[in-house]
Design a protein around this ligand. Structure first.
Ligand code: FES
Length: 200
């Protein structure tokens, strides 16, 4: 091989090695950039989740509209017991005849005093708890007995009517059972009827 050919081969060899080194450098540079971006994305993702948990605390339990019945199947005075996916038993009562959501009531059937089941008494237009003769008016407000003395009302659920069908908004999370009214007989901080989220 001539000196010229050797020189050309050596030059090509250097160029190839140089290019390879360059590729390796850019590959590692790109890889570390990606790793850094991935780390940042992961950090921001974690931050977003934490922020979400702070902004929408536990509560974040999923609420869903569940079908109850056709409004036409109920007349004033009728009632039935509904068991939500969370396990709550809820008394559904019809108190009007326009077929609108306002004609229906959905109240927890668990007495806020010591947890007995309450019953809708159509003839007296009230809910009655047989354990200690606690009574509640049609809106769930305690009117006599220990619940009234303690200012405890029945937990109230939202209802809506669509196309003649009655729906109730309930949690599908069993953990929400802890959101039931206090069963210890303590003073209820809400003087009126509360919704399932605990708001007055
Ligand atoms: S448990 Fe209902 S009045 Fe006591």
């Amino acid at each position: 091989m001539s000196n010229v050919e050797e020189g050309v081969n050596e030059a090509e060899h250097r160029i190839e090695n140089g290019a390879l080194s360059g590729d390796r450098r850019s590959f590692f540079a790109s890889a570390s950039s990606l790793a850094m971006l991935g780390g940042l994305a992961g950090s921001y993702g974690t931050l977003a989740v934490m922020a979400g948990r702070f902004l929408y605390p536990a509560g974040g339990s999923p609420m869903r509209w569940m079908f109850l019945t056709e409004t036409g199947r109920m007349k004033p005075g009728d009632s039935f017991k509904y068991t939500a996916p969370s396990g709550h038993t809820i008394a559904i009562a019809c108190v009007g005849k326009t077929g609108k959501a306002e004609d229906f009531l959905a109240l927890s059937s668990v007495c806020p005093h010591l947890g007995c089941q309450v019953y809708w008494e159509a003839q007296n237009n009230r809910f009655f708890c047989p354990c200690h003769n606690g009574t509640f008016d049609a809106s769930g407000r305690a009117t006599s007995g220990p619940p009234a003395a303690a200012g405890q009302s029945l937990l109230r659920y939202r209802l809506k009517v669509e196309g003649g069908l009655l729906f109730i908004e309930v949690s599908v999370d069993r953990a929400v059972a802890s959101a039931e009214p206090s069963l210890s007989g303590g003073q209820d901080s809400c003087p009126g009827v509360r919704d399932p989220e605990g708001a007055c």
